[in-house]
Design a protein around this ligand. Structure first.
Ligand code: HEM
Length: 394
């Protein structure tokens, strides 16, 4: 079976998901690179596998299947750069250090700035216009710059570096390497500047926090951390802003319901994350020893792809899984992964999505799609799935 599957529309899931969940929970697939892997589609299997330390980040393993023809780096799979931070004890140490500095308080303090950034971007937006280009794409990069203490004038360059480092098709390998090198050179200077003259930002805090057991982050680790946050936090959030608004506008009653009850914003955001039928590829893992999963045996040396979108539509885990319920609670979706590598930035992503939604409801209550839902197109070729554009009017 060729993978990924073609979905019927930009927002609907491929038919294969339901069939595979029912009939073939561990299926053999062929990826764009021509290499083979195993695909998991059930909620319980996906969650179990992501929490199992025997399944590791796959690109660091020689012999692992290639997911795409040209594989870029990024936080998900950077084989060469500070790779001791991405698995095992090095990863646990990094997560401990990050959780001390990248706190809920720090994230919450960004809320007013995120609101301000959203208003600023919307003031510049054309009517009709593309919500992804005007708001979805620039907002998360500005927020990451705020988080890292990067001055305003570098934001366009940040955006370019991020796009190039994550994009799997639009850039050639040499362009991608140039972007990564420029980014690292900039961050090296930024880290040194923050060490000499700390501010109220994550990099400053990480340069000064010393823990007796974990020590302090080295300059290379700080640069890798900044790169990881940018690559993991930009395109993901940008795409999700577009998909969230699209899902809420394609059925106008959803938008009206939120206009009538803003208290639904947090649960509505969670439900759009669960309902997202377009998280594209899934999360790859590699297993070096034979593992049994339910009735299935996964041989040593396998690359396994966990399809988060399919898991989130599994009727065994969610009542009325095919319905979007803006007040669904609890909602233990897997959009942020699970286990030791689950999304480190999920609190920030939630605040960004909630803030964007609140600002849009307040400022543009008459917002509507400027095209038929069937005309929305998926953005192909990225690790993270998204829409090409989201034409709206108000
Ligand atoms: C809606 C937006 C987002 C989605 C859907 C998302 C999704 C994910 C997923 C599925 C993973 C797990 C990857 C794996 O298991 O290999 C992950 C990891 C990660 N995410 Fe997010 N993410 C989002 C936003 C963010 C933001 C805003 C940041 C930070 C600025 C961030 C930082 C990270 C980091 C650092 C990791 C790696 C964690 C680790 O390996 O320990 N993400 N994200």
């Amino acid at each position: 079976m060729d993978y990924p599957f073609a979905p019927p529309t930009a927002l609907d899931p491929p038919d294969e998901w339901e069939r595979l969940r029912a009939e073939c929970p561990v299926s053999r697939i062929r990826m764009a690179s021509g290499d083979e892997a195993l695909l998991l589609t059930r909620y319980d299997d996906v969650r179990t596998l992501l929490a199992d330390p025997r399944f590791t980040h796959h690109l660091t393993k020689p012999g692992a299947a290639k997911v795409a023809d040209s594989e870029s780096g990024g936080v998900f799979n950077d084989p060469g750069f500070a790779s001791d931070m991405t698995s095992g004890e090095g990863h646990r140490r990094w997560r401990r250090m990050m959780s001390r500095s990248f706190t809920a308080k720090r994230v919450d303090e960004l809320r007013p700035r995120i609101e301000e950034i959203a208003h600023g971007l919307l003031s510049e937006m054309d009517n009709p216009g593309d919500l992804i280009a005007a708001l979805g794409f620039p907002l998360p990069v500005s927020v990451i710059c705020e988080l890292l203490g990067v001055p305003e004038e570098y934001r366009d360059r940040f955006s370019h570096w991020s796009d190039a480092m994550l994009n799997l098709t639009r850039y050639r390998q040499d362009e991608l390497n140039t972007a990564a090198a420029e980014f690292r050179a900039f961050m090296a200077g930024h880290v040194r500047a923050k060490r000499e003259n700390p501010g109220d930002d994550l990099i400053s805090e990480l340069t000064v926090v010393v823990d007796s057991e974990d020590g302090r982050m080295s300059e290379l680790e700080l640069i890798a951390t900044a790169q990881g946050l940018l690559v993991a936090g930009h395109e993901t959030t940008a795409s999700m802003i577009g998909k969230m608004v699209a899902m809420l506008l394609t059925d106008r009653s959803r938008w009206e319901r939120l206009l009538a009850d803003r208290g639904l914003i947090p649960s509505a955001v969670e439900e759009t994350l669960r309902f997202d039928a377009n998280p594209n590829f899934g999360i790859p893992r590699y297993v070096s020893e034979q593992v049994t999963l339910g009735d299935e045996t996964i041989p040593a040396g396998s690359t396994v792809i966990t399809n988060l979108g399919s898991a989130n539509r599994d009727a065994c885990a969610f009542a009325d899984a095919a319905d979007m319920m803006l007040d669904r609670r609890p909602n233990p979706h897997l959009a942020f992964g699970a286990g030791p590598h689950s999304c480190l930035g999920q609190a920030l992503a939630r605040v960004e999505l909630q803030t964007v939604l609140a600002v849009l409801l307040d400022r543009l209550p008459g917002l509507s799609l400027a095209v038929e839902p069937g005309e929305l197109r998926r953005r192909e070729g990225l690790i993270v799935g998204g829409l090409e554009e989201l034409p709206v009017r108000w």
